[in-house]
Design a binder for this molecule. Structure first.
Ligand code: NDP
Length: 239
């Protein structure tokens, strides 16, 4: 049965691969973009593109209304939008720290809170948050990002406890090194160092993350909540 799916930050990278995976499975998919024209990929996939900056609660509310009007209340929410502002601790500005937390944690809070009301009423819903292996491993130069991604685990587990009795699950996917714009910024030395720590010896394709998200939103994962599913080639083993 087709479901109403919303993917934040769905215009490129992992979010786009997730939107594509749900659309190809026959779901009604809405994806968000921040600026400019609706992404061409959305039209090609038959997805609804809604403008939304997750740092703005009014835009989140407006985007949700548009999705609800077009596809009905969101049944599967994938909170994927995220940013990095890397810098060593001693040089990290308060703004760079706060901006990452605002997008990666408070942004997730805004979209989850928006979607949760209808899910509770319907007594069913699937929430999947995109965290990172870095959230549990830590990474030099990423105190802000690691703090934000670790924060999602506590957030998800709290949501799982609050909403479990209403048939709503909340899980986390923790990707390792995925080939997207975000990791293009790494130089060859950083890339080699990172891949050297991955038992599978390669980076992931965004589609491999999308497959894990789809699993957590599927009937097969009906009894899975509060879980952190690594998709990291073994990078974070032992978490
Ligand atoms: P990209 O940089 O390729 O894409 C990030 C997406 O988030 C874009 O769609 C971007 O929109 C959107 N976004 C950023 N800020 C906001 C905002 N304030 N409001 C709405 N949308 C926003 O990153 P990836 O695809 O690589 O990453 C997706 C998620 O996966 C992120 O949460 C990231 O932290 C996580 N992740 C990525 C890994 C990797 O190796 N690539 C590894 C582990 C986790 P816009 O196009 O407008 O900028």
């Amino acid at each position: 049965m087709s479901r109403s799916v919303l993917v934040t930050g769905g215009n490129r990278g992992i979010g786009l691969a997730v939107a594509q995976a749900f659309a190809q499975a026959g779901d009604e998919v809405a994806l968000t973009y921040r600026t400019g024209e609706p992404p061409r990929a959305a039209t090609e996939l038959g997805c609804l593109a809604v403008r939304c900056d997750v740092t703005d609660a009014a835009q989140v509310e407006q985007a949700y209304k548009e999705v609800e009007t077009a596809h009905g209340p969101v049944e599967v929410l994938v909170a994927n939008a995220g940013i990095t502002r890397d810098q060593l601790l001693l040089r990290m500005t308060e703004k760079d720290f706060a901006d990452v937390l605002d997008t990666n944690v408070t942004g997730v809070f805004r979209v989850v809170r928006q979607a949760a009301g209808e899910m509770v009423q319907a007594r069913r819903g699937r929430i999947v948050l995109i965290s990172s292996a870095v959230g549990l491993l830590g990474a030099a130069g990423q105190t802000n990002y690691a703090a934000s991604k670790a924060g999602l685990v506590g957030f998800a587990r709290s949501v799982a406890r609050e909403l479990g009795s209403r048939g709503v699950t909340c899980n986390v996917v923790a990707p390792g090194f995925v080939e997207t714009d975000m990791t293009k910024a790494l130089n060859d030395r950083q890339r080699a160092a990172m891949l050297g720590r991955v038992p599978l010896g390669r980076s992931a394709q965004a589609e491999e993350v999308a497959a894990a998200v789809r699993f957590l939103a599927s009937d097969d994962a009906a009894y899975v909540t509060g879980a952190v599913l690594p998709v990291d080639g073994g990078l974070g083993m032992g978490h």
